[in-house]
Design a protein around this ligand. Structure first.
Ligand code: ADP
Length: 797
């Protein structure tokens, strides 16, 4: 018999089929299998009882009852362990196996019901009853059968093997009940499902059940294949990437780039290790290196990533300098670099003392406030030197963009960290002294508020994890010593100001400048211009001449510049062959620096009545201020010029009213105002001026004009006035007095209530100046007009 096992249509040859099913048949219990009528079933038989049963039927009519066990695990099933319904089958073929078992090909014939067992051994034999299926004709069953066939075809199309033949076989089954049986046998239903189908004699209901099972099976297969597809896609993607990367490597190798790229990565990895970063930063850095690895070196992205990694590597995450906290040595260094500035130096030493005891730099941020050139930045440098720290100056003047402080996001091409992080990177240690210069000139606009970012920089509660937009990882700024400088305090945003302790550097007197020039500026300029120490000697008078004739400033910038230009000219002479120390005398200053730029115009200007000398406070130190009045025929108007602010204008009006109301007492013709116009002008017309402190000077100017009495040329004054003639206190006394002194005005009239401010003025200066503290305008006039009205001042110092 040349038949194939899975040839489902093959019928046993007529000669092999016994004429009918006998009443009793030997029983073959089936583990985990159900044999359907008309379908072949290959079985493996191993249990001795089963082997004996097969052997017995082979010698007879070859018919056997094929019945499934309820539990496949039962080794020796008794009658109760078997289902009641099975299939009468015929043994077609037998193959003995070496272990004593056998492989048999059986074919189902008809459904049977088992009745009682008539024999238990040597082979179990049971009485059987042939079961007839309940047939159904008509369209319903036909429809069900066709639908099942469709589902079967669908199922077959989903099978991974080529199954055209199987499809054809199903199409050729005409009997609907058989179609259901065959589908149940072929498509791997579970044992109890198969048994259920076998037991269903009603063809229609059998078709329905099988269709349901098959539908479920299709669903499961569909889900399975979807999952399979997803997994496959994922694998494909990974494989594709891997493949492309390998290709890229091959191309790079071909181009000779591979070594370079690998060397670059290795170098970066080494640097990352060496930089001793905090773990989260290291993680980020390694992530970027990985990204760099897969980015072609010619792409823009490559340089962006590289720039970022370089920045991160270069930052001194754990590099710091050791603090020198020897207070005596610090004092020596501060004295060596700066003249005087006692209060400031004391405060710096206290700061260092606290740092020494507490090892914690937290505390208010020092803010050096004062006019330009008074040594604010250079003090910062000196502090760094005294502490043995690195120094960096960050200029904040004119910054309006928050990104200047906090950096640009990395996504921008050419983006950089903010200035603070850049400063840290440049100095290479995480505890430098950083001077934030001109913090009063920080502005805010649509690009964000830089002062908010500065607040985070300066706040010890926040700056241990300062976030820079470029870095994206926090940097610890808590060990940095920040110092700020400002010209004026009013424009510093209040929250920033609150964090700062202000130390004022108001400016220097002529004597102080002389000493500073001799001890600091001249030696420095000599060295800067390549001259030997001591090769140029300035005599004191020459220096004083430079100070008064070539500079007019509270600080020392111009003085240093002028001294520098003298030294340069001397250097030229030396280079041309001059020998020996060259001494600069006062008379020679003009040959080096050209004509004197500033002269004392006091005497000249105050010769005519109507000009009085006032004192003003400006961000760059004090200034002297001439107030001029003149009169002409007209209709009693008051004209004010010189870019005066509202307060100053009101102050001029008050001055005029005071003068008019006291005309008689002051010796002025009361009718005089009826036909006169008065013009008050404050020269340096281009510079805006405001404030009430010029009140006394306005009165002096008007009275001088109207009484035709010139003012004293060496008296300067400041003070607010009331209509009743009282003099009220004003601010900026120290700067104003220094300005008077610079201008050679040795007598100063001040409001009585400002007398306490005299303590701020250096002792030597106080000694050779005269201060008059006044309460009323009468006193002012008595002191400043050349023909005093006979009233004596209340206090004289
Ligand atoms: P600021 O920052 O206040 O504008 P700088 O620090 O630039 O001023 O100072 C200008 C110059 O004056 C520097 O060369 C500085 O060394 C010098 N200088 C200022 N004050 C003193 C001082 N008290 N003693 C010695 N040199 C000084």
């Amino acid at each position: 018999m040349a038949r194939r096992d899975h040839d489902l249509t093959n019928e046993p040859e007529e000669s092999e089929i016994p004429p009918g099913i006998p009443d009793a048949l030997p029983v073959l219990p089936l583990r985990d299998a159900v044999v359907f009528p008309h379908l072949p079933a290959p079985l493996v038989v191993g249990r001795p009882l089963s082997v004996r049963a097969i052997e017995q039927v082979l010698s007879g009519n070859k018919m056997i009852a094929l019945v499934a066990q309820k539990d496949p695990a039962t080794e020796e099933p008794g009658p109760d362990d078997l289902f009641r319904i099975g299939t009468a089958g015929i043994v077609l073929k037998l193959l003995k196996l070496p272990d004593g078992g056998m492989r048999v090909l059986t074919k189902g014939l008809e459904r049977i019901r088992l009745h009682e067992f008539v024999q238990k051994s040597p082979v179990p034999v049971a009485r059987v009853e042939l079961l007839k299926e309940i047939p159904h004709g008509g369209t319903e069953v036909e429809g069900l059968a066709r639908n099942l066939l469709n589902q079967i075809q669908k199922m077959i199309s989903m099978l991974p093997i080529n199954t055209d033949e199987l499809g054809l076989t199903f199409m050729n089954v005409e009997h609907p009940g058989r179609l259901a049986d065959m589908a149940a046998a072929v498509f791997g239903l579970k044992l109890d499902q198969k048994q259920e189908i076998l037991e269903t004699l009603d063809v229609r209901s059998r078709l329905e059940k099988v269709t349901r099972f098959i539908n479920r099976e299709i669903e499961v297969m569909e889900i399975g294949s979807k999952i399979q597809q997803d997994v496959q896609e994922e694998i494909d993607k990974t494989q594709r990437k891997f493949y492309l990367r390998e290709q890229l490597k091959a191309i790079q190798k071909e181009l000779g780039e591979e070594d370079e790229a690998t060397a670059e990565i290795n170098e970066l990895m080494e640097k990352i290790e060496a930089a001793k970063m905090p773990p989260e930063v290291k993680k980020e850095a390694l992530k970027e290196v990985n990204r760099l690895r897969s980015t072609p070196s010619a792409s823009a992205e490559h340089s962006v990533i590289r720039n970022y990694i370089d920045n991160i590597i270069d930052l001194p995450w754990s590099k710091s300098t050791e603090d020198k906290l020897d207070l005596l040595e610090a004092r020596r260094i501060l004295d060596e670099d700066h003249f005087d500035l006692e209060k400031v130096k004391e405060r710096i030493l206290e700061y260092l003392a606290v740092l020494k005891l507490k090892q914690d730099i937290r505390g208010p941020i020092l803010c050096f406030a004062g006019p330009p050139g008074t040594g604010k930045t250079s003090l910062g440098r000196s502090i760094a030197r005294a502490m043995g720290r690195h120094f960096y100056r960050v200029s904040l003047g004119g910054i309006r963009d928050e990104a200047e402080i906090r950096g640009h996001r990395r996504t921008y091409i050419g983006s950089m960290p903010g200035r603070i992080i850049q400063a840290i990177r440049k100095v290479g240690s995480n505890n430098p002294v950083i001077v934030l210069d001109e913090i009063d000139k920080v502005g805010a606009d649509f690009r964000g508020d830089p002062s908010a970012a500065l607040l985070e920089v300066l706040d010890p509660e926040q700056n241990f994890s300062f976030s820079d937009h470029f870095l994206e990882v926090p940097f610890d700024l808590s060990r940095v010593m920040f110092i700020t400088t400002a010209n004026v305090l009013d424009t510093i945003p209040p929250p920033l100001r609150d964090r700062m302790e202000v130390l004022e550097l108001p400016g220097y007197t002529e004597e102080e400048k002389l000493s500073i020039a001799k001890q600091h500026l001249i030696p420095r300029q000599i060295a800067n211009n390549g001259l030997a120490p001591g090769s140029v000697v300035f005599d004191d008078e020459a220096i004083t001449r430079i100070v008064s004739g070539y500079t007019r400033e509270a600080g020392l910038r111009n003085l240093e510049r002028e001294i520098g230009s003298v030294c340069r000219k001397v250097a030229r002479k030396v280079a041309e062959g001059a020998t020996g120390p060259i001494t600069i005398h006062a008379a020679e200053v003009e040959t080096y620096l050209g004509q004197v730029r500033y002269f004392s115009e006091m005497a000249e200007r105050t010769r005519i009545p109507g000009v009085a000398i006032g004192l003003a406070w400006t961000p760059s130190g004090g200034e002297i201020l001439f107030i001029e009045s003149t009169m002409m025929k007209g209709s009693k108007g008051l004209t004010l010029t010189g870019q005066l602010g509202d307060v100053m204008k009101e102050s001029a009006q008050a001055a005029l009213s005071y003068v008019r109301s006291r005309a008689a007492a002051l010796g002025i013709d009361p009718d005089f105002f009826a036909s006169t116009d008065i013009h008050v002008h404050v020269p340096s017309g281009a510079i805006p001026k405001d404030g009430p402190s010029a009140g006394v000077t306005m009165v002096a100017s008007l009275v001088s004009l109207l009484t035709r009495t010139p003012c004293c040329s060496d008296v300067a004054m400041t003070g607010e006035i009331t209509l009743r003639g009282k003099v009220l206190p004003v601010g900026g006394i120290k700067e104003k007095v220094l300005a008077a002194r610079r201008a050679g005005l040795l007598t100063v009239i001040l409001p009585a209530r400002n007398s306490k401010d005299l303590a701020d003025i250096p002792e030597p200066l106080r000694r050779d100046m005269t201060f008059h503290f006044v309460e009323t305008l009468e006193e002012v006039l008595a002191l400043c007009l050349k023909s005093p009205a006979g009233v004596s001042p209340s206090t004289t110092v």
